[in-house]
Design a protein around this ligand. Structure first.
Ligand code: AMP
Ligand code: MG
Length: 347
């Protein structure tokens, strides 16, 4: 199959493209569509056969549910039943973080096909910030079910070129709107009640909406310890598999202040945070990539993380990737979550 690429460049002036893409989706086709987090592989969420094509193209197992992308917060009620005791909490979260990189898992309505939710009684809902995904969902008039546009278990794509490398020849269309501005997948929250019956959330996946940002908006239940190694346990949310976001080459995490003992005759590449750590100054590396050279800004590192992992994967002079452990504050928590899954044993 030939994979066509359409560029959308001028926000606010792409309605014709959005309508054309919506027509394709309405016919049961699929397309890679940008969001602010990563590129998604989208289908009409109400068309089970179209959603099946997404699973097929990604080689994604059917037990891993998809996120439904909505054009606006009011459309939430088309696919989810918000329990009355959680309405205040859900409205507050939606007003604060939508449109944006937050996904809410809520009881589903029966119109959502089983294939979207992997048969779960809940559906994952998000109103993305990116105009392209929202514009196409609006033109379609249905939510767009979309996981990240990569082969299952691999690194999420943050550019159209990365989608092409992952899925070129397997999907008909990629919408190219340049690089993603967040670079990490959305934060996934499960609104629920705490032991006293008060509204709270469980953090199912760390992401750009950090614990710090949630503070003052809602209580976050301690379903796992901050910094806990979640790769050793099977998580409560399906799809949060121990090995995920993985490069093809082996990846190991290492403390930037401690020396690394290389094996003989192995070519190592280093992913360094700022590039000036004792580890980075070691003479072991055939190549070094910095996430935020010099300044060490976590937000900049987050935007670049997946692109840098891909670059390392593609280099002929690197056999094993060593990644520096990052500070676990703010978005650093989400980055360490992805790095631990990338490093997890795949056997
Ligand atoms: P992706 O878009 O590839 O990052 O994958 C979407 C992820 O959302 C899945 O892997 C699940 O972890 C999560 N998810 C989607 N639907 C649900 C749900 N109903 N309950 C819990 N987690 C969900
Ligand atoms: Mg994914």
């Amino acid at each position: 199959m030939e994979t066509r690429v359409i560029e959308v460049e001028v926000p606010g002036r792409n309605e014709v493209t959005y309508r054309e893409v919506a027509q394709l989706l309405a016919r049961g086709d699929i397309a890679a569509i940008p969001t602010e987090t990563v590129y998604g592989l989208g289908a009409d969420a109400f068309n089970a056969e179209a959603v099946a094509k997404v699973f097929e193209a990604k080689e994604r197992p059917s037990f891993d549910p998809l996120i439904c992308h909505l054009p606006k917060a009011a459309a939430l009620h088309d696919i989810a039943d918000v329990p009355p005791q959680l309405e205040g909490l859900v409205n507050r979260l939606a007003e604060t973080f939508w449109p944006g990189p937050m996904t809410l898992v809520l009881p589903r309505k029966s119109c959502v096909p089983d294939i979207v939710t992997s048969g779960l009684p809940t559906v994952a809902c998000r109103v993305p910030q990116h105009e392209t995904m929202r514009g196409i969902a609006k033109a379609l008039g249905h939510p767009i079910a979309a996981p990240s546009a990569n082969r299952f278990g691999r690194i999420s794509p943050t550019s159209a070129a990365a989608v092409m490398k992952e899925l070129g020849g397997r999907i008909p269309l990629i919408i190219d709107a340049g690089a993603c501005t967040e670079g990490l997948e959305s934060t996934i929250l499960l609104p629920c009640t705490d032991e006293k019956g008060k509204p709270a959330v469980q953090l199912l996946r760390e992401g750009p909406i950090t614990r710090e940002k949630l503070r003052g908006i809602c209580r976050v239940l301690h379903n796992k310890k901050k910094g806990a190694d979640t790769t050793k346990t099977m998580p409560s949310a399906p799809g949060q598999l121990p090995s995920h976001y993985a490069p093809i080459k082996p990846l190991l995490l290492h403390n930037p202040r401690l020396p690394f003992s290389p094996e003989p005759n192995v070519a190592y590449g280093l992913i360094s945070y700022q590039g000036d750590s004792p580890l980075a100054r070691q003479e072991t590396w055939s190549h070094v990539e910095c996430l935020s050279p010099g300044s060490g800004r976590l937000a900049e590192a987050a935007v670049r993380l997946f692109a840098v992992m891909r670059a390392m994967d593609e280099r002929e002079d690197v056999q094993v990737i060593i990644a520096e452990e990052l500070p676990e504050t703010g978005i650093g928590c989400a980055m360490m979550d992805r790095l631990r899954r990338a490093a997890a044993d795949r056997s």
